[in-house]
Design a protein around this ligand. Structure first.
Ligand code: NAD
Ligand code: TYD
Length: 352
C-alpha cells in the first residue's frame, strides 16, 4: 500500500471533518494533515473521535498567509491536497463580501502556488482536489439541471468567490500542468453542521420553541445530499477522478424550503413528544435574502457513469439520523451556539 502525505484544508468544518474522519480511518497508511484556521465555523470537537489516531495531525493556520503556506509545503512535501477551507455562508457573504474574496480566492491561489512550486517537474502521482459548490452555476427555473457544461453564472458574493477559485484551479491545470480535479456539490446536511445553515438552525430553533425564519415565501428549492455520501464521492474522485476534470455531485432530492421545514417539524414533534402541529406553529415568514437563488438541481450522470457513485441514503432516514444527532449531542450544540453565535443571530434576524 502506497504511503501518501495529504493536506486537507478546512478539516475542522462541517464537510471537512467528515472527509478527514473518512481518510484517517480508511487509509491508515496515509498521513493526514488537517490545516484549519478555526474560524467561527471550525471546531476541533468535530474530530474528537479521531484526534489520537497516529496518522492524523492538526495544524492551525490561515490559507491566506502566503509565507506560512509556502513554508508548510516546503516542510512536508505533500503528495496531495484536498481543499475545503472556505467562508461558506451566503448570508455572511452578503454582509461581508471582502472576507470571502480573501479566504476563497487568495487562500486558494496560495495553495495552488505552493503545490505548483513543490511539484514542479514531478507532477506524476500528485493531485490538487478543489471542493466547490453547485452555486457557481447560478439559479435554475422550475425545470432543468446543472451539468458540468453549464455556464458559470454566480449571483452571490459567496458563489462568485467560489467561481473565481474554480477558474484559477483550472487555469493552473492548463497553464502549468498542475494535476487538478474539481467537484461541485449541492447542499449537504448531517452531523456537525453549523447552525447558521437552514437545517441545523431550524432544528435548534424548534428544539428551543423559537420562531423558524423562512425567507420569502419558502418556495426556493435545494437539492439535499447526506454529508457522508459527499465524503464518499470525494474519496472516489480523489483516487479515481481524471485530472483536469470536473464532477458534479448531487442528491437527486429536491425540496422547497417550506416542505423541508414541515418535514423537520413532524420529526421534531415525534421526538420531543409534542402534539402534532406544535412545531409547525413556529414557522415565521421573514424578509427574503437579497438576490436569493430560486432553485439548484444537479445532474450527476458523469460521476455515476465514470466512477459508479450514487447517493446511498434516503432523505427520510438521513433527516431522522440528523435530528437524532442534534438532540443527542446537546453539549456540541450548546457550545457552538453560545458566545458569538448570539450576536450573529441577532444581527441577521432582528431586522428581518
Ligand atoms: P464550513 O464553513 O463548515 O467549514 C469551513 C472550514 O474552513 C472551517 O473549519 C474554517 O475554520 C476553515 N477556514 C475558513 N477560513 C480559513 C482560512 N483562511 N484558513 C484555513 N481554514 C479556514 O464549510 P463546509 O460547509 O464544510 O464547506 C466546505 C467546503 O465545501 C467549502 O469549500 C464549500 O464551499 C464547499 N461546499 C459546501 C457545501 C455545503 O452544503 N455546506 C456544498 C457544496 C460545497
Ligand atoms: P442555506 O442553508 O444558507 O444554504 P444555501 O443558501 O447555500 O443554499 O439556505 C438553504 C435555503 O434555506 C436557502 O434557500 C435560504 C433558506 N433559508 C431560510 O429560509 N431561512 C434561514 O434562516 C436560512 C439560514 C436559510
Amino acid at each position: 500500500m502506497e504511503h501518501k502525505k495529504l493536506l486537507i484544508t478546512g478539516g475542522a468544518g462541517f464537510i471537512g471533518s467528515h472527509v478527514v474522519r473518512r481518510f484517517v480511518k480508511n487509509y491508515p497508511h496515509y498521513e493526514i494533515y488537517n490545516l484549519d484556521k478555526l474560524t467561527y465555523a471550525g471546531n476541533l470537537m468535530n474530530l474528537k473521535d479521531i484526534e489520537d489516531y497516529p496518522n492524523y495531525h492538526f495544524v492551525k493556520g490561515d490559507i491566506v498567509d502566503e509565507t506560512f503556506i509556502q513554508d508548510l509545503f516546503n516542510q512536508h512535501q505533500f503528495d496531495g491536497v484536498v481543499h475545503l477551507a472556505a467562508e461558506s455562508h451566503v448570508d455572511r457573504s452578503i454582509s461581508n463580501p471582502t472576507e470571502f474574496i480573501r479566504t476563497n480566492v487568495l487562500g486558494t491561489i496560495n495553495l495552488l502556488n505552493a503545490a505548483n512550486s513543490i511539484w514542479k517537474g514531478q507532477m506524476e502521482g500528485k493531485r490538487f482536489y478543489h471542493i466547490s459548490t453547485d452555486e457557481v452555476y447560478g439559479s435554475l427555473g422550475d425545470t432543468g439541471f446543472f451539468t458540468e457544461e453549464t455556464k458559470y453564472d454566480p449571483r452571490s458574493p459567496y458563489s462568485s468567490s467560489k467561481a473565481s477559485s474554480d477558474h484559477l484551479v483550472r487555469a493552473y491545470f492548463h497553464t502549468y500542468g498542475l494535476p487538478v480535479v474539481v467537484s461541485n456539490c449541492s447542499n449537504n446536511y448531517g452531523s456537525f453542521h453549523f447552525p447558521e445553515k437552514l437545517i441545523p438552525l431550524a432544528i435548534n430553533n424548534i428544539k428551543l420553541m423559537r420562531p423558524i425564519p423562512v425567507y420569502g415565501a419558502g418556495d426556493n428549492i435545494r437539492d439535499w445530499l447526506y454529508v457522508e455520501d459527499h465524503a464518499r464521492a470525494i474519496d472516489l474522485i480523489f483516487h479515481k477522478g481524471r485530472s483536469g476534470e470536473t464532477y458534479n455531485i448531487g442528491g437527486a432530492n429536491e425540496w422547497t424550503n417550506l416542505d423541508l421545514i414541515h418535514k423537520l417539524c413532524e420529526i421534531m414533534d415525534q421526538k420531543m413528544h409534542r402534539a402534532p402541529g406544535t412545531s409547525a406553529g413556529l414557522i415565521t415568514f421573514v424578509k427574503d435574502r437579497a438576490g436569493h437563488d430560486h432553485r439548484y438541481a444537479i445532474d450527476f450522470t458523469k460521476l455515476k457513469n465514470e466512477l459508479g457513485w450514487e447517493p446511498s441514503l434516503q432523505f427520510e432516514e438521513g433527516l431522522d439520523r440528523t435530528v437524532e444527532w442534534y438532540l443527542t449531542n446537546e453539549e456540541w450544540l450548546n457550545a457552538v451556539t453560545s458566545g458569538n453565535y448570539q450576536h450573529y443571530y441577532e444581527s441577521q434576524y432582528e431586522k428581518r
